[in-house]
Design a protein around this ligand. Structure first.
Ligand code: NAP
Ligand code: GCO
Length: 264
């Protein structure tokens, strides 16, 4: 059974993985035996990521690449294939959020969120899939969200993008499953990362942020998730253990989607 979860000899590309969820997932894939490559927008972030991976004993390779730029993605993939080999596992993790009431959001900001959170997974998957087909198969994991299923105030662009990413996941599964490519999603709940830090800031009187309290009440586990909670699900979807799982969004949310919420 353990061999089913082994990633020995596999090359995994995790986008936007200098820190946060991507960094945790990359470390988990490395622990399962994968060779890790990652990218980030700037050299500063890539260098910080390389240092952090090295501290964890992970010999990752890092590349500067804006995942919304198709030419840059193609160039980065060529470097990865030269340096390590064909990408066996792709984790489309890079993402941004802008929290603005929809009627106050600029078209430019809406387009930027959709560009990173939806168009980029298309761009990177489109680049990687031909190599997977030639190699006889591969794994694509798209990092979705609670907002792939639910809306809330101020996150219209993000929810639209993550809802679209759920359907892109299902369509890649449908179109390329015949080539032994499994494309699934991970839908993290509310996870303690820089992206959600504004939602957890202590108030001036030392009390918890109202949204922090809201999430605690909405989560049966009565806690925020940590990036460690995503490690096992990522290894499962990246490994042979999930070879007959395709087009599935695995929600790692402590039960939020199943729960009406604790009575105030
Ligand atoms: P994060 O802390 O903001 O990290 C996002 C990473 O993506 C950063 O390294 C960022 O690089 C990189 N990135 C952003 N735009 C990029 C671009 N155009 N090209 C390349 N890299 C880019 O976010 P996170 O909380 O770890 O979230 C990671 C993923 O999980 C995102 O897709 C997010 O939507 C999703 N997610 C997060 C949560 C949560 O509660 N945290 C829950 C569900 C889903 P820079 O540092 O250079 O900006
Ligand atoms: C927000 C949060 C969420 C999380 C995550 C939940 O503002 O509601 O940032 O969007 O990031 O996507 O799954």
């Amino acid at each position: 059974m353990n061999n089913q979860f082994s990633l020995q000899g596999k090359t995994a590309w995790v986008t936007g993985a200098s820190y946060g969820i991507g960094f945790a997932i990359a470390n988990a894939l490395a622990e399962a035996g994968a060779n890790i490559v990652f990218n980030d927008i700037g050299q500063t972030q890539v260098d910080k990521g390389l240092t952090a991976y090295k501290e964890n004993g992970v010999p990752a390779l890092g590349y500067v690449c804006d995942v919304t730029d198709e030419d840059a993605v193609k160039e980065t993939l060529a470097k990865i294939e030269r340096d390590v080999g064909v990408v066996d596992i792709l984790v489309n993790n890079a993402g941004i959020i802008k929290r603005v009431p929809m009627t106050e959001m600029s078209v430019e900001d809406f387009r930027k969120v959709v560009d990173v959170d939806l168009n980029a997974p298309f761009i990177v998957s489109k680049a990687v899939i031909p190599g997977m087909i030639k190699k006889g198969g591969g794994k694509i994991i798209n990092i979705c969200s609670m907002m792939s299923e639910l809306g809330r105030e101020t996150v219209s662009a993000y929810a639209a993008a993550k809802g679209g990413l759920k359907m892109l996941t299902r369509n890649i599964a449908s179109e390329y499953g015949a080539y032994n490519i499994q494309c699934n999603g991970i839908g993290p709940g509310y996870i303690e990362t820089p992206q959600t830090a504004p939602l957890r800031e202590r108030q001036s009187d030392g009390s918890r942020h109202p949204f922090d309290q809201f999430i605690i009440a909405k989560t049966p586990a009565a806690r925020w998730g940590t990036t460690d909670d995503l490690k096992g699900p990522a290894v499962f979807l990246a490994s042979a253990a999930s070879d007959f799982v395709n087009g599935h969004i695995l929600y790692v949310d402590g039960g939020i989607l199943a729960y009406i919420g604790k009575q105030p």
